[in-house]
Ligand binder design. Structure first.
Ligand code: SF4
Length: 217
């Protein structure tokens, strides 16, 4: 399990002159050590709030710009960019609707994404234990949805002004098969995307049918 010593923190400037520190946790997980350290830091520096992000991270808000480095060092390791993270719903272990183990799949997916980088731009991914998709799987760059007979794999979804679900790379496949098709998708992304182009934007530019054919042939 992570300890607070392994917590990465990324400073982000806000337009009111303050900063936030993004706590780059994985799967929204905060250990007791992390919570204790965060509380100590918030108390010591009279920080007003800690806010959850859509990507299952946390922003420590209201940091004076002249204290950013000091507070970042007190929390963990300052980084320029958060490592990739995966949004994961509670899944089969904890949710009555869940049909697959989302936590383990999220860890495996994160390992795969880290092992294959760097990429043209960031990758947001989501893992859900059933089709209600609380892990936002349909609208992530890479999405996995668990079912009774395995995983459905989505690629190139978006939740922006070009909102769409990802193209289907696999249906009712095993964990190994799902990761294999995602690995293929990651390689395709590196070889075909422009710099700073998300997977969804690349799919839109190249055409859903073209990309689907290349990745499912
Ligand atoms: S996606 Fe399904 S398994 Fe996951 S939290 Fe939502 S209802 Fe539960």
């Amino acid at each position: 399990m992570d300890t607070v010593d392994t917590l990465s923190v990324m400073p982000i400037a806000r337009k009111d002159g303050t900063h936030v520190l993004r706590l780059c946790v994985n799967q929204g997980l905060l250990t007791p050590d992390m919570v204790r350290k965060i509380m100590d830091v918030m108390t010591k520096y009279a920080l007003p709030s800690l806010r959850a992000t859509t990507g299952q991270r946390f922003n420590l808000e209201g940091i004076p710009s002249d204290k950013v480095d000091e507070i970042a060092a007190a929390l963990g390791t300052p980084v320029d960019k958060c490592p990739p993270g995966v949004s994961v719903c509670p899944g089969g272990d904890q949710c009555k609707y869940g049909m697959q183990d989302t936590r383990a799949m999220g860890d495996a997916l994160l390992d795969l994404i880290k092992a294959n980088g760097p990429y043209p731009f960031k990758i947001k991914s989501g893992v859900s234990g059933c089709a209600m998709a609380c892990g936002l799987s349909f609208v992530r760059d890479v999405g996995l949805v668990g079912g009774a007979k395995g995983w459905n794999v989505y690629y190139g979804g978006a939740a922006n002004r070009h909102a769409c679900t990802g193209i289907v790379l696999g249906k009712k496949v095993s964990k190994a098969e799902a990761l294999e098709s995602i690995a293929k998708g990651l390689t395709y992304y590196k070889e075909n995307a422009k710099k700073f182009e998300r997977i969804g934007a690349m799919v839109r530019r190249l055409g859903r049918d073209v990309v689907a054919a290349a990745l499912t042939e």
